[in-house]
Design a protein around this ligand. Sequence first.
Ligand code: 13P
Length: 254
Amino acid sequence: MKRRPLIAGNWKMNGSSAFAVSLAKELAAEPAGAAEVLICPPFPYLPAVVAAVQGSHVRVGGQNAWHEPPGAFTGEVSMDMLVDVGCKAVILGHSERRHILNENDALINSKVRAARAAGLQAILCVGELLEERDAGTTNAVLDTQMTGGLAGVDAALLDGIVIAYEPVWAIGTGRTASPAQAQEAHAHLRNWLRTRYNPAAADGMRILYGGSVKADNALELLQQPDVDGALVGGASLKAASFLPIIRAGNQAAK
Ligand code: 13P
């Protein structure tokens, strides 16, 4: 089954209003291709970025959100607020939130379900630490994160969910997983989906790779049979490095 590639840029805590609008405009000016394009700027810049890409193929998402309805949650942003400002998606369970902000699978699961209830596409990130890979527990770690993250999520809700495999040792380190390592983990995740749900759900799920994706390694990664897109950090902060990755996605779609 052919899945439409998704190339997503996670800007993390970077930029300024001027930077955000200028980068968003550069990306929106590129003609639409076969791959879907999503950018996830910091919260304060969302409305300006949504306005900058309006009418283009570029969609905008949040990098996180809180699962409760609006109320007394100082410092948090609700799923509905993301929808309200024009977001179509939200990244959840990113390794920086798991390991720096101590988010656990139960919280991430609440967020996944709240995102779907709000009509947002949920990008659920999973991935092992270097010591877990070295200890040979990668698959077990991924299974735990998938089981926890998707608890109570039935097959009907999977349509609006994307999985991102981001090995923690490859994030921001310049140490990309080899195409074979990425393919192996993606195949494992798809197999998990086949067992937990059904073959159609597994075949339809997009599984993105994230971790030091750059213009020069993107195509080979995206050409792996179970790699359906990329979640890009550092290289998504410049049109000159992100556009070639989008083009690689367009090419891999053929
Ligand atoms: P880098 O592309 O900077 O390694 O970051 C990957 C990532 O964490 C995307 O969410």
